[in-house]
Design a protein around this ligand. Structure first.
Ligand SMILES: NC(=O)c1ccc[n+]([C@@H]2O[C@H](COP(=O)([O-])OP(=O)(O)OC[C@H]3O[C@@H](n4cnc5c(N)ncnc54)[C@H](O)[C@@H]3O)[C@@H](O)[C@H]2O)c1
Length: 373
């Protein structure tokens, strides 16, 4: 049985999520190389050491570049804050490693292009952490669309809201720093954009309004600091295929915990999905008697692959971390040169292009056409 050596940068929210995925992908799917958890890096060497023991990695370091020179590391998971993605990804690709990099690609568009260039030159797999496209119920939406179940799509409405930045008393941290990007656009809008990219194709034009609910935040240790990012963004868009759309994101939305709500309207029906109810999708089809017209709810089941690899019983449900396990399996497929359902650095640049066009539209106070290469 072949094996593959893993390096991981970062041990926070996503660091743990990647570690869990690397631990689970073999047992869940049973058809991939044996995963060797080799080397874990965090800027804090003591934390790296503790987390290496907890996650099952053989060695740890306080310097992420140690992973680049480690011959046992073949793939590197990058889960450090956004500003580090370009240098980490480019140097790792140049060192011959495959990359699994968290979204967004980079705060600056030029850096995203440089990452894509490094991936092209290296010939290595370079996959982004757009886990929501992996939900079996999102794949079911894809199937509905391919089967023409709701006819021609003419309107898409998508929202992403959470409340982890809703409290004005919350301390300033890297997500309020301009080095992380625009704010809700890079942090949140990219996820809806990943669904749009996979389900409906590219966006042609956008207009945007960004908002900052709190102008400053307390700093841990004393004082206050001006917030440099926008936690709210409202976007109107037009798809290349012609449909109109609305994208709204808010990471200061009290009461919303993990909302990624999609409504798709077509000429003979509609589809409704929300990541907060991630094991369910609803479809409305025309053609039923008026008294029986309504949405049909479908619960996740083994008939929605790869649900059955996790649990054989329908309606029991997958969770957020399971999406990362599925993403990990697709990354391994891409590394093996097999078909893979992923957003790689090529598609990732399309998403970055849309994000920067949205920010430009906000500055311009008008519509911006997106030009693709
Ligand atoms: N795909 C998703 O659903 C999802 C969800 C949350 C976050 N993210 C993305 O994951 C990334 C990390 O976010 P998070 O919420 O896990 O952040 P976090 O703050 O919880 O973790 C960041 C980790 O990176 C480490 N770190 C910082 N600088 C470093 C350096 N120079 N070298 C090595 N390690 C360093 C920190 O010590 C920490 O362990 C971001 O890019 C974010 O956009 C993705």
């Amino acid at each position: 049985m072949p094996s593959i050596g893993i390096g991981l940068i970062g041990t926070g929210y996503m660091g743990k999520c990647h570690a869990l995925a690397w631990n689970a992908v073999g047992p869940v799917f049973g058809d991939c190389p044996i995963v060797r958890l080799v080397h874990l890096a965090d800027v804090d060497a003591t934390l790296a050491n503790q987390k290496a023991a907890a996650f099952g990695f053989s060695r740890s370091t306080g310097n992420w570049r140690d992973l680049l020179s480690d011959p046992d590391v073949e793939v590197i998971s990058i889960t450090a804050p956004n500003a580090f993605h370009p240098e980490m990804a480019i140097e790792a690709l140049n060192a011959g490693k495959h990359i699994w990099c968290e979204k967004p690609m980079a705060p600056k568009f030029a850096d995203a292009l440089a990452m894509r260039e490094a991936a092209r030159k290296s010939g290595r797999a370079a996959v982004l952490g757009y886990n929501y496209i992996q939900n079996p119920m999102v794949r079911q939406i894809e199937k509905f669309l391919a089967e023409d179940a709701i006819g021609e799509v003419n309107h898409v409405r998508i929202e992403m809201d959470e409340d982890f930045m809703a409290d004005p008393a919350e301390f300033f941290y890297w997500k309020s720093d301009a080095s992380s990007g625009y704010g809700a656009l890079d942090d949140f809008a990219v996820h809806p954009l990943s669904l749009i990219r996979m389900l409906f194709g590219r966006i042609a034009s956008v207009t945007t309004d960004m908002a900052r609910p709190y102008s400053d935040r307390p700093v841990r240790g004393g004082g206050r600091r001006a917030v440099e990012t926008h936690d709210i963004a409202s976007v109107l868009f037009r798809l290349e295929q012609g449909a109109s759309g609305v994208l709204m994101t808010n990471r200061a939305a009290w009461g919303r915990k993990g909302r990624l709500a999609l409504q798709v309207f077509g000429s003979k029906g509609s589809i409704v999905y929300d990541q907060e109810r991630m094991n369910e999708v609803q479809i409305y089809r025309t053609g039923t008697a008026a008294g029986e017209a309504g949405y049909t709810s479908i619960l996740a089941a083994p008939s929605h692959p790869p649900y059955g690899m996790f649990v054989p019983a329908p309606g029991h449900g997958l969770g957020f971390n399971d999406l990362k396990v599925i993403e990990c399996r697709h990354l391994l497929a891409r590394i093996a040169g097999e078909p893979a359902h992923v957003i790689d650095f090529e598609k990732g640049v399309d998403i970055e292009r849309a994000v920067h066009a949205m920010a430009a539209a906000h500055e311009k106070r008008g519509w911006v056409d997106i030009e693709y290469d």
